[in-house]
Design a protein around this ligand. Structure first.
Ligand code: AMP
Length: 143
């Protein structure tokens, strides 16, 4: 099963932010959309970075609340690991585990198509396992 199956299910709507706006704007957006990370995009809509709730907590712990007026670009992670729609879900899961992050933007030909979270991956895997065990049960009952 591939990333495109998850995107088909959850849709491709994606919350983005400019790297130039303040951190408090990013916090507002994270809260408003009830999400854990936002992709920062430049004026050409290319991925410029990613900022997650962990970044916000870490920088607040280090610098205190004054940091909220600094731009997103000063806090975001600039080297963003992405995936494509044709990659397998276990492959993306492995990348998240290895990189210790919970969000992977889906990018193709430089275009941001969506974002996959660890929650999406776990939900997908649980549903897949349920389907497999139902199929096995059916097979045993009818054998
Ligand atoms: P998360 O687990 O997604 O809240 O992110 C943990 C840390 O990894 C934060 O510093 C994020 O900025 C960073 N991060 C999140 N997603 C990615 C990604 N796809 N590529 C690189 N870094 C990421």
């Amino acid at each position: 099963m591939t990333v495109s199956a998850i995107l088909q299910n959850k849709g491709t709507s994606i919350v983005t932010i400019s790297p130039d706006v303040s951190l408090s704007e990013a916090v507002r957006s994270l809260a408003e959309h009830r999400i854990g990370a936002i992709v920062a995009v430049d004026a050409q809509a290319r991925v410029a970075g990613i900022i997650s709730e962990r970044d916000v907590v870490r920088i607040l712990g280090e610098k205190g609340p004054d940091v909220l007026s600094e731009p997103v670009s000063s806090v975001m992670t600039r080297t963003v690991v992405t995936c494509t729609t044709s990659e397998t879900v276990p492959g993306v899961m492995e990348r998240m585990t290895r990189g210790r992050f919970r969000h992977v933007p889906v990018v193709e030909d430089g275009r941001l198509l969506g974002i996959i979270s660890i929650g999406d991956v776990v939900k997908f895997r649980v549903e897949e396992m349920e389907r497999e065990s139902a199929a096995l049960r059916d097979y045993i009952m009818t054998a």
